[in-house]
Design a protein around this ligand. Structure first.
Ligand SMILES: [Zn+2]
Length: 371
């Protein structure tokens, strides 16, 4: 990182091969230390396939047989019912891939499944688009928020709302939800600091602040012309986010907490969307991420911490957003500049190529020929 004399330590090298091995291992065998992830296996698939996508390794380092088996597993979690169609977190309630009747599509897992399929270049020929729109609509509550599952089931918070907005954006169809009511719910989560809490009256957290800011940008135009945030609101959000980067270069999630590599993505991506990305110390940012690499592959939440697919994905996604800001005169990149070719889309949280694929193959208006 840069010290007060302007000297910059070289970046520890990007351990690309070890991160690829970490992702492939977790796709095949979820280790016992990650038992908490078992109830959300679809998210693990998203992180692991996402790591391979960010590292440009899907075509070179995996076989068509592997990619086909991952695609098939995702489609085995696709369920239909009276509330439409979506993806469940995994077969843990049934013990098999058969719908047990107790498990339900989950809106966050549906977002994760659809983007994972785009990374794996699925043609979405098995997707019922109208059923998917009905499912997303059935998760919206009266106050504009969204629940995990239809008809008010599970938690209702900004993670679900963000998933709903991303799905509508990929489908190019917002007709099944009340966008303006959702925007009002987002506004009710805003705090005096300029960040957003998970729910109204909750403390600001940079993860939910990313979700809120991304949704305000993803939303179709509202009744009033212009951006959804006033210049004063935007300035306050930027100020809070910029000051969540501490002296280590890492970002903390809440005021007064320690930095954590996943918040480098949440805070860093929010600042990218706001166009304020040049106001942080990008070299120290990448230095912190590089220092969080675990010696045996993957990235931990902080230096010296064990790795997991969640922190590995968000560390690499964050690095993909910021490495272009390294100065050309600094040659000690340690291959971190190679990850920028992934060209991450900060709104949907996937590479631009993957987002383009989803747009090209998922859109409702283009699907008439196929379904
Ligand atoms: Zn974290």
């Amino acid at each position: 990182m840069e010290n007060f004399t302007g000297h910059r330590d070289p970046l520890p090298p990007l351990a690309r091969s070890a991160h690829i091995a970490h992702a492939k291992y977790a796709l095949a065998h979820l280790p016992g230390s990650l038992v908490d992830f078992d109830a959300s296996r679809m998210a693990v698939v998203f992180y692991c396939v996402g790591i391979l996508d960010l590292l440009g390794a899907l075509q070179e380092e995996t076989t068509e047989l592997e990619r086909g088996s991952w695609r098939n597993w995702i489609w085995e979690q696709y369920l239909g019912g009276r509330y439409g169609t979506g993806f469940r977190p995994g077969p843990f309630m049934a013990g098999t891939s058969v719908n047990s009747g107790y498990d339900s599509p989950h809106i966050i897992m549906t977002y994760a499944a659809l983007l994972s399929l785009a990374m794996l270049r699925d043609d979405y020929s098995r997707l019922n688009r109208q059923g998917l729109l009905r499912f997303v609509g059935s998760c919206q509550n009266r106050d504009g928020s969204f629940s995990n599952t239809p008809n008010g089931g599970g938690d209702y918070d900004l993670r679900n709302l963000y998933s709903a907005f991303c799905i509508c954006c990929m489908l190019g169809d917002w007709s099944s939800i009340d966008v303006e009511r959702a925007i009002s719910f987002i506004a009710s989560c805003r705090t005096y600091e300029g960040g957003y809490g998970q729910l109204p009256s909750c403390e600001a957290q940079s993860g939910t602040t990313f979700l809120a800011i991304a949704c305000l940008r993803l939303a179709p135009p509202g009744p009033r012309p212009g951006p959804r945030l006033t210049p004063q609101e935007q300035a306050r959000s930027e100020h809070w986010l910029i000051h969540s980067q501490d002296a280590s270069g890492g970002f903390r999630g809440r005021t007064g907490k320690l930095p954590d590599v996943c918040y480098c993505f949440w805070g860093g991506a929010a600042l990218r969307i706001l166009g304020a990305h040049e106001k942080i110390n990008a070299y120290a940012f990448t230095q912190f991420i590089a220092a969080c690499q675990f010696p045996f592959g993957g990235v931990g939440k902080a230096p010296g911490q064990p790795s997991d697919p969640y922190h590995t994905y968000f560390a690499l996604a964050a690095a993909a957003l910021y490495t272009p800001r390294l100065e050309a005169s600094v040659r000690a990149y340690g291959q971190w500049d190679s990850i920028t070719s992934a060209n991450l889309n900060p709104l949907l949280n996937a590479t631009e190529e993957t987002v383009k694929w989803a747009w090209r193959h998922m859109r409702v208006e283009d699907s008439g020929r196929r379904r």
